[in-house]
Design a binder for this molecule. Structure first.
Ligand code: DAK
Length: 257
């Protein structure tokens, strides 16, 4: 399969996926997400691949879902959009996925990193859930996985007040596995993936499944509730204003309705 937005290759038993929309800070539009999921599924089926790495570029892992794509969407359009299923499909991937993160890792970008099994961060990585600036909340597991990863106190600040974590804070709070100099973050993630890829495949598969089981008990309910809450915000004037203001590069005027 050839892709137009992502780049893929296989290195020493590791499937590498590079998000490649640098002009948009790797914002996750529907087409990009479809390619990511397709590549993950292909690597998951490939007997020569034991683990995967998803990365962006030095400036941005991904700056979130594509605001320009969803700014004018209605509740119904958001609910019916195929991109929603992409996130569920990522959860079905059986082999381990490591996110190699540098630069901005925001909104849906942070949710994609958290949907992976481990995160290797460069010293320049910055993690956040800035949806509140757009008049919405995280809609792809952000409120749920983030809270389990960093705890309630930090998650509340990130979700309600756009607190951004630098790489060292993210390490301290348990969001990432390790922090390395920017020149080495991808190399480090690939080396970690290669080590895991060389381990007993079935044990790795069940190990991943069981750790996620512990992490995700009751998560499905939370994600479903979060999704409904996310849709509801698309019926507010503040969502339209928040996203329009971003595109027009001005401060939003909140109305609380
Ligand atoms: N969407 C679309 N375009 C984006 C973008 C985004 N998220 N982030 C950046 N860009 C574009 C900018 O518009 C700009 O494009 P041009 O103006 O050049 O055409 C280009 O990338 C470069 O960005 P900047 O000029 O802004 O670059 P700076 O270095 O000044 O700032 C920044 C970098 C990352 C701090 C800034 O771009 C920024 O604040 N970006 C927005 C971050 C954000 O708000 N992210 C959250 C988006 S909402 C769901 C699944 C997922 C989601 C929801 C539901 N379901 C399954 C239900 C996720 C929602 C979100 O992620």
């Amino acid at each position: 399969m050839s892709y137009t937005i992502i780049k893929t290759e296989t290195l020493d038993g590791v499937g590498l996926i590079r998000l490649n929309r640098p002009q948009a800070m790797n914002a996750l539009n529907g087409a990009l997400m479809a390619e990511v999921v397709d590549a993950l599924q292909a690597f998951d089926r490939d007997p020569d691949v034991g683990a995967m790495v998803i990365t962006g570029d030095e400036r941005a892992f991904a700056a979130g879902a594509d605001i320009k794509e969803m700014a004018d969407a209605s509740v119904v359009e958001m609910m019916l959009a195929e991109r929603i299923e992409h996130w569920d499909r990522i959860r079905q991937i059986k082999k381990p996925i490591i996110a190699a993160v540098s630069g901005w890792c925001l909104g849906g970008g942070n949710e994609l990193a958290m949907a992976c099994d481990m995160i290797v961060a460069s010293e320049s990585a910055k993690f956040g859930q800035p949806e509140i600036n757009l008049g919405v909340i995280p809609g792809a597991g952000g409120t749920q996985r983030l809270t389990r990863a960093v705890g309630k106190a930090v998650a509340m600040e990130m979700v309600l007040n756009n607190r951004t974590l630098d790489a060292e804070e993210a390490l301290r709070y348990g969001l990432v596995n390790r922090v390395v100099p920017v020149e080495r973050y991808l190399e480090e993630a690939l080396a970690l993936a290669k080590e895991i890829a060389a381990r007993a495949p079935l044990a790795v598969r069940l190990g991943k499944e069981m750790v996620n089981h512990a992490f995700e008990s009751f998560l499905a309910d939370g994600v479903a509730d979060e999704r409904r809450a996310f849709y509801i915000l698309f019926s507010t004037e503040d969502q339209k204003e928040g996203m329009r203001a971003f595109i027009e590069k001005r401060k939003p005027q909140w109305k609380g309705k």
